[in-house]
Design a protein around this ligand. Structure first.
Ligand SMILES: *[C@@H]1O[C@H](CO)[C@@H](O)[C@H](O)[C@H]1NC(C)=O
Ligand SMILES: *[C@@H]1O[C@H](CO)[C@@H](O)[C@H](O)[C@H]1NC(C)=O
Ligand SMILES: *[C@@H]1O[C@H](CO)[C@@H](O)[C@H](O)[C@H]1NC(C)=O
Ligand SMILES: *[C@@H]1O[C@H](CO)[C@@H](O)[C@H](O)[C@H]1NC(C)=O
Length: 473
């Protein structure tokens, strides 16, 4: 039942020598799985196989003398292809861990776990199943080294608004998180029902381009952004960019879902490959339409956290449908056109994919970010945070650009998951009660770690740091 390891290894960590403790799976509590010995090379006296139904699990019981953060890894074998498993600490939350196909016994990082003083459980749950588990290993996490951010926008001669915004984000990064909310109506709901107003408003350039406005779409998101900035808030725009041509516009794939890969045959790679072609011209016309809106914001002194081509790596939007190269190319085309043709100087460029092969480059990115939806899980999303840290070697500030369930501020601090802001998606994600209860949201919004609109006043003039100190008292 209790799997205290017989095997201790010394691992060299950058901060010095850290002890790794290995816990054999065959000594843990098994449910619906069995001990195997036929695949050679395992440690201990066997490994665990038979993950084939959803309730199958291994539960490790681990004593810790103190409350401490550990790096967790899994030693597994994957002869049946790429799989996922699910790790749950102390019966709460959990995180998915990828187990790539391998016929060797392989150690894979599985994120961090904050062990409580006393007895803890770490459970491996089936998820996709069809993998072999030899053991897990825990080593104390090294304290996070100081971030290595240079808070100067990548835009040459960025204006003072953009510079102040990035400098302000850098000043709170690692010590606080800005509360954010997508959509003006949902933000108003927060004010009314939670009693505090988010510091960040998320809005969308979706309904400003020809393939949508020509079909009757209208938007007031730019007006909402101007009004929120007037109240001293920070605005972030994404862009559900409807494909400029090739919309199926059928009952299954209506024109208004035209940002989805499966709603259009628009080929981003082909369009970019022919700068003299009609489809390239259509892309430029859409960019120019958005530039006109961004200029309104620039003229009003409003800097924008600008998050185009979001979730490219998912492939479900047409800009990511042809793999990383066209997506990165389009990012640079967009950057060049907005910066050099349109002269925009108020943008803070936020990239929104995690995989290194999708990253456009340090010279055209100010912030990196990810979108994560895990219903009811208020964990710190630390594995994704750590992947984003690795993506830029900790040289760019990191944001949780879209979330469903809000992270628990205490866990954010314990895991050193220093997301600079979170932005909850609109409608049911914030109001429905299943992703976030009102009670939980009230605790988040009253946390000293979480900054709200009233607490960031003066950020542009560099005055907000005094307000943060005021809050910490
Ligand atoms: C864990 O601690 C409990 C008491 O707190 C003890 O009974 C048990 O033997 C310990 N288990 C291991 C594996 O050290
Ligand atoms: C432009 O894109 C549309 C939609 O995918 C496609 O039907 C058309 O052939 C493309 N035009 C050119 C010149 O490639
Ligand atoms: C990351 O930054 C550290 C500190 O400057 C440096 O020693 C290391 O080589 C960098 N790693 C990469 C992969 O660039
Ligand atoms: C900072 O705040 C103080 C007090 O509210 C105010 O007097 C001062 O003018 C502000 N400084 C700047 C640079 O806005």
């Amino acid at each position: 039942m209790v799997g205290k390891s017989v095997l201790y290894v010394l691992a060299i960590a950058s901060a010095g020598v850290a002890q790794t403790t290995t816990y054999q799976a065959e000594s843990a509590t098994l449910s619906g799985v069995t001990v195997g010995t036929s695949v050679a090379g395992f440690s201990g006296t066997g490994y665990i196989e038979g993950f084939d139904t959803s309730t199958d699990s291994i539960t490790f019981t681990i004593n810790s003398t103190t409350s401490q953060l550990y790096d967790l890894s899994i030693i597994y074998n994957g002869p049946y292809g790429d799989k996922y498993t699910y790790i749950v600490l102390n019966n709460a939350g959990g995180s998915q861990v990828s187990l790539p196909a391998t016929t060797a016994w392989t150690t894979v990082p599985a994120g961090q776990v904050l062990l409580a003083a006393g007895s803890n459980s770490i459970q491996i749950q089936n998820n996709w199943g069809w993998y072999l588990i030899d053991a897990i290993a825990l080593s104390p996490s090294a304290p996070r080294a100081p971030h290595r951010i240079t808070p100067t926008p990548v835009t040459p001669n960025a204006n003072s608004d953009a510079s102040a915004l990035l400098a302000y984000l850098a000043s709170v990064y690692g010590s606080h998180i800005l509360a954010g909310q997508q959509d003006p109506a949902s933000l108003a709901w927060v004010t009314q029902n939670i009693g505090k107003t988010p510091a960040v408003l998320g809005v969308d350039f979706m309904d400003y381009t020809a393939s949508r406005t020509s079909r009757g779409a209208v938007s007031s998101d730019v007006d909402s952004a101007l009004a929120f900035a007037q109240q001293g808030g920070i605005v972030t725009f994404c862009w559900h960019w409807g494909a400029p041509a090739g919309l199926y516009d059928t009952p299954e794939h209506p024109w208004y879902s035209g940002f989805y890969t499966d709603a259009t045959d628009f080929d981003v790679a082909a369009a970019l490959a022919d700068p003299a072609g009609a489809n390239y011209t259509l892309l430029m016309q859409d960019i120019d339409a958005i530039a006109a809106q961004l200029k309104k914001l620039q003229s009003a002194g409003v800097p924008v956290i600008w998050r185009p081509l979001h979730e490219a790596e998912g492939g479900w939007f047409w800009w990511g449908a042809r793999g990383p190269e066209p997506a990165k190319q389009l990012w640079r085309v967009l950057y060049e056109r907005l910066t050099n043709v349109h002269g925009l100087r108020n943008l803070v460029w936020e990239w929104n994919s995690v995989a290194p092969e999708w990253y456009p480059g340090d010279d055209v990115v100010d912030l990196v970010s990810a979108d994560t939806y895990a219903q009811g899980d208020h964990g710190p999303i630390s594995a994704t945070y750590n992947n984003l840290l690795a993506l830029t070697n900790d040289t760019k500030i990191i944001a949780a650009a879209e979330i469903g369930s809000v992270m628990d501020p205490a866990q954010l601090q314990a895991y050193q998951a220093d997301w600079v802001y979170f932005c909850v998606w609109s409608g049911d994600f914030i109001q429905g009660g299943t992703w976030n209860s009102v009670e939980f949201l009230k605790s988040v919004y009253s946390s000293e770690y979480v900054l709200t609109l009233d607490e960031i006043q003066g950020w542009k003039s560099g005055n907000a740091s005094s307000l943060i100190r005021g809050k910490a008292r």
